[in-house]
Design a protein around this ligand. Sequence first.
Ligand code: DLL
Length: 433
Amino acid sequence: MERYYQPEIECASREEIKAMQDERIVKQIKHVWDNVPLYRKKMEEKGITPDDIKGIDDIYKLPFTSKADLREGYPYGLLAKPLSECVRIHSTSGTTGKRVMAYYTQHDIDLWYDCCARAITAAGGTKDDVVQVSYGYGLFTGGAGLDGGSHKLGCLTVPTSSGNTERQIMFIQDMKSTILCCTPSYAAYLGESMREMGLTPEDIPLKAGIFGAEAWSEEMRRDIEKTLGIKAYDIYGLTELSGPGVSFECSAQSGMHINEDHFYAEIIDPNTGEVLPEGSKGELVFTSLTKEAFPVIRYRTRDICQLKYEKCSCGRTHVRMAKPMGRSDDMLIIRGVNVFPSQIETVLLNRGYSPNYQIIVDRVNNTDTFEIKVELTPDMFTDNMGDIAKMQNQLVSDMRSMLGIGPKISLVAPKSITRSEGKAVRVIDKRKI
Ligand code: DLL
């Protein structure tokens, strides 16, 4: 039977959800107008005041917020509460520019951890579970978020953080961990390491995994489920909104339920900003309805996905989002063709390769070059040139059908591509260097 952490909210009727959002958006807009000069300025530029926002249906009137806006506010520009009322910061990694700092009051932290507790419950967790949190702890939100959710539920929490793979496996065995939380690429690495240590899924007590923070394919899910002998659940979130737990999968595994009492989602056309009808694929935009210290209004995530409002078989009523294909800025444009790394992952795993690959793009004589380094599994490893050529040709042809463009395939020896303990780095785009 399906269990819920907060059934009165997670299974509320659509009318109740809308009433909650109507009330919260009005309060939130007044809060940012009064306290965050950037939001007031942007609203004034559009000629609107808080009086124009009478409910959630008026949200389209509000200006969008971009990552550049948040960066411009670094470090304290977007704070909506006095620092003395804040108890925590987290931040994005800043790999593509200046960091975005996110601030939390104690109330913000409590609500965030509730969202993560909902996710753990939806993955079958109860207070009798042992939850190993192998997301990084620190400025990254993964460790803190799942740790907090696990505490709320009363699970025994094992805060290993990421890295030190053999120790992770030792803890899984010795602490009898039943739920593993980490990035999907690290889960795949843990599975590979277990196999090398001669362990089978029967040797470990894990029953479920809660994996997110990066795009991962259905093929990757099946691969992880097989190697670890678990059910693998997706979880989504971003620092700007709190961290993990903005949405999560339930037992139906048919999209991730967005915690709509805290986050209002829209799908827009990334080029025109037009709000798209239900079911359309586009850019996900979020408004935080309850954040005190660092609210974001119509924040453009750059994640490309779809929304589905129909009631889920699990009983939850909150809207579901499809697995994001990746950020629009992860999308590569190679010789004019759009390529998502997740499409490449699908082809490789369907052909029995491991999820260890690297995409290298460059520009030579004004033409894009496109190479995929693919690691052979120990079973496939051979020095027979004929066999290697056959495997390469097959992959080039599969990639051409999936992407509409043929890469150069370089097959490399097992274990030669660096493993990731957090978010995997799959793309080396030398055109940008
Ligand atoms: O990755 C928060 C998180 C931690 C989510 C642990 C889930 C688990 P950021 O580092 O700010 O926050 O990165 C946010 O990661 O905009 C997406 O592009 C991507 N992302 C997060 N979860 C998923 C997912 C955390 N389940 C960015 N599937 C987001 C695909 C995801 N992409």
